[in-house]
Ligand binder design. Structure first.
Ligand code: ATP
Length: 320
């Protein structure tokens, strides 16, 4: 299968609804290509998961979208404008950004920090206490940031990023340092923004927690996009096998089940047989097994994002 460089096939032309459109974006530092030919389009209400190894180019891509750095070549359009152009201010007002290593003045309280950013964004400061409460910092609002734990600083960063209901949210490894409870709250807040129509780009190495909250993924490797699509598209592209486990019945029935098909099977324990089939065999096999005598339960395990990512990482997006 040839993966190579990719572009998102569903939307080929820039449409008026696009929040952003990137075409053939490259970024070179000292002769080294940090980004190489990235195409991306994003629409309101879409969440894109940006994944890739350390140094793959995720933060660089976010910085280009934010207009903090210019690409070396290619075209970029965010809310119909060049984000690093003259109208940068108008574009930036629609952004919310949570950087990877969030840092605030330790001498200020959480409430003062949020008021400061509210004034910068021309937002009523009266809403700051509620914003802090939404990220679980109500009790720490008047505490200096230098007394905050890493997770508390991250929560404050999220409150800052969500100020003013941004239409485009960029979140760079946002859940690092968050406890499991607040990680759930974090994704609830993000899902609410998406439901309200915001476009979201979220980079993370925590693939299991990311998977249920993204509509589409872009896999970066050494600055190149080696895959882009939703989970179903990536599963189809990788061709990774599906596992179907059937249980129940007597030993003789299980022997018969295994003999029903050429599909590879393993006996897991005294009650369960696992079949490992190609994606295109899945429906036929499910039908066959669900009709078979003695089957009491059937479980289907599709390749998850972790397996898909390690497939791309190990195969480098090249022909396999
Ligand atoms: P991580 O998962 O570790 O955060 P990343 O995917 O966000 O990594 P980037 O921070 O975008 O990666 O960096 C991509 C590459 O570009 C790295 O090799 C990095 O050293 C290089 N790079 C980034 N900024 C600069 C710069 N200002 N000057 C030179 N090289 C840079």
């Amino acid at each position: 299968m040839l993966l190579g460089k990719c572009s998102w096939g569903k939307v080929t032309a820039m449409t008026i609804e696009n929040v952003l459109s990137l075409k053939a974006i490259t970024k070179t530092y000292g002769g080294v290509r940090t980004l190489d030919g990235i195409d991306l389009e994003l629409q309101p209400g879409e969440t894109l998961g940006l994944i890739g190894h350390n140094g793959a180019g995720k933060t660089t891509l976010m910085k280009i979208i934010l207009g903090l750095i210019r690409p070396s070549s290619g075209q970029i359009n965010v809310f119909g404008q060049d984000p690093a152009g003259r109208n940068h201010g108008n574009v930036a007002r629609q952004f919310g950004f949570l950087p990877e290593a969030v840092s605030f003045s330790g001498a200020m309280t959480g409430l003062e920090v949020l008021k400061f950013y509210s004034r910068l964004k021309n937002i009523d400061v009266a809403q700051c206490p509620d914003r802090l409460a939404a990220v679980g910092l109500a009790d720490a609002a008047r505490q200096r940031v230098k007394t905050y734990s890493k997770g508390m600083r991250q929560r404050l960063g999220l409150a800052q990023a969500l100020l003013g209901e941004p239409a485009l949210l960029l979140l760079d490894e946002p859940t690092t340092g968050l406890d499991p409870d607040f990680t759930r709250t974090f994704y609830r807040l993000i899902d609410e923004r998406r439901a309200a129509g915001a476009a979201i780009i979220l980079s993370s190495h925590a693939l299991a927690e990311l998977e249920p909250h993204v509509d589409r993924l872009l896999v970066l490797q050494h600055g190149q996009c080696i895959a882009q699509g939703d989970m179903a598209e990536l599963r189809a592209q990788t061709g990774l096998p599906v596992r179907i486990r059937v249980s129940g019945g007597s030993g003789a029935v299980r022997e018969e089940l295994a003999a029903l098909t050429d599909v590879k099977s393993n006996r897991i324990n005294g009650r369960t047989v696992e079949f490992i089939c190609a994606p295109e065999q899945k429906m036929e096999l499910i039908e066959l097994l669900s009709r078979a005598q003695g089957v009491e339960d059937l479980q289907i395990e599709l390749p998850n994002l972790d397996r898909i990512y390690s497939h791309y990482n190990n195969n480098g997006g090249r022909e396999q």
